[in-house]
Design a protein around this ligand. Structure first.
Ligand SMILES: [Zn+2]
Length: 351
């Protein structure tokens, strides 16, 4: 993901101007009626003290942030020390992360296949995951990325990847890119964009027939969700997550856009238990050293979270993280007709 990371962190919420918000209907079905289901503020980064609200669509039950931050607030809600910009500073956590993600790439290898496959990582940042794909994937894969932050694109290119700083809306319209990809990957990104359904339609255009769209995104479920839903659950990530998907909402959105679901599975959610506890303790007024202990950089807590979710998955339960592998079916999707219309999708600044 990418936003302007050159700005200084805006942590002094009380000095900031009023928070700019925009209203929107449900991005999955267009319904405007919705019922509040959770509220909270930016417990993690203190970029604002505004209280936000997640609602549930009264027509399709999808949960989304309403109202959500205006595009003009993106620099404010993604401060320069946002975790996906700076990575982890703990070498042990970094090593475990690399080990874990190398296993993920081996799975991708079975889905995408060997040979000269073209793969696009949307929201590729500085190319960290592309590097894992190169190190642990097929040597013949042709790897590229989309990222709106030009500094990150430059770093990505230095690493040897075919990276572009275009918005996916424009990229998906390029004749030389449409229908060219064997796989498009989107990791923990789709929940941040204004209109995930439109984004899926754009990905459809980039894939060749039978190409794969691989998404990892939070899931409205798991024990941590059961305990912390309504306010403190880490995946609300107020106000940066605009959408939270149930398994069925994610499937339906993809099917509506011309995809067939090949595989769906629940994944370990390394940060949710830790961040949810952090949010709870902070919101309840516990001393700062107590809630600061609950950091996603804490290797002991991460290990505990991994064990807890692994047991849960082995027992056939759900977790608060999911992956779907969807295949582009032949023929145009019903949602690709309006691709050339102008839009204001914040995926723009994120993807
Ligand atoms: Zn809806």
């Amino acid at each position: 993901m990418s936003v302007n990371r050159n700005k200084s962190p805006s942590v002094n919420a009380s000095d900031d101007p009023p928070f700019a918000l925009v209203e929107s209907p449900c991005a999955l079905c267009g319904e405007t009626a919705a019922t509040p289901c959770a509220s909270g503020t930016d417990f993690e980064y203190d970029t604002t003290d505004h209280e936000f609200q997640f609602v549930q669509c009264q027509s399709c039950a999808h949960q989304y942030l309403k109202p959500r931050p205006a595009p003009s607030e993106m620099d404010r809600i993604y401060p320069s020390h946002y975790y996906s910009f700076v990575g982890t500073s703990n070498p042990l956590v970094a090593r475990l992360q690399r080990l874990w993600e190398s296993r993920k790439v081996k799975l991708y290898r079975t889905w995408v296949g060997e040979g000269p496959r073209r793969i696009l990582d949307v929201g590729c940042g500085d190319g960290r995951f592309l590097e894992l794909l190169r190190d642990f994937g097929s040597s013949e894969w042709k790897l590229g990325g989309l990222e709106s932050d030009i500094n990150a694109v430059a770093r990505c290119r230095e690493r040897g990847f075919d990276a572009h700083s275009e918005r996916i809306e424009e990229f998906a319209l390029r004749a030389d890119e449409r229908g060219q990809y064997d796989a498009v990957i989107m990791l923990q990104l789709i929940e941040h964009v204004e209109n995930p359904s439109r984004l899926a339609a754009q990905v459809f255009e980039l894939l060749r027939a039978g190409g794969l769209f691989i998404i990892e995104t939070p899931h409205l479920g798991g024990l941590d969700y059961t305990f912390f839903q309504g306010r403190h659950w880490g995946h609300y990530h107020f106000p940066r997550h605009f959408h939270l998907f149930s398994e069925s909402a994610l499937r339906q959105m993809l099917e509506k856009n011309g995809f067939e679901i090949v595989q769906h599975e629940f994944l370990i959610s390394t940060s949710s238990w830790i961040i949810s506890t952090h949010n709870y303790l902070k919101d309840r007024g516990w001393p700062a050293p107590v809630w600061r202990f609950f950091s996603y950089q804490n290797p002991i807590l991460l290990a505990l979270a991994v064990v807890m979710d692994t047991v849960r998955i082995r027992l056939g339960g759900t977790t608060s993280n999911q992956r779907v592998v969807a295949k582009r079916q032949d023929g145009p999707s019903e949602r690709t007709q309006g691709l050339d219309l102008p839009n204001d999708d914040a995926a723009a600044s994120l993807a």
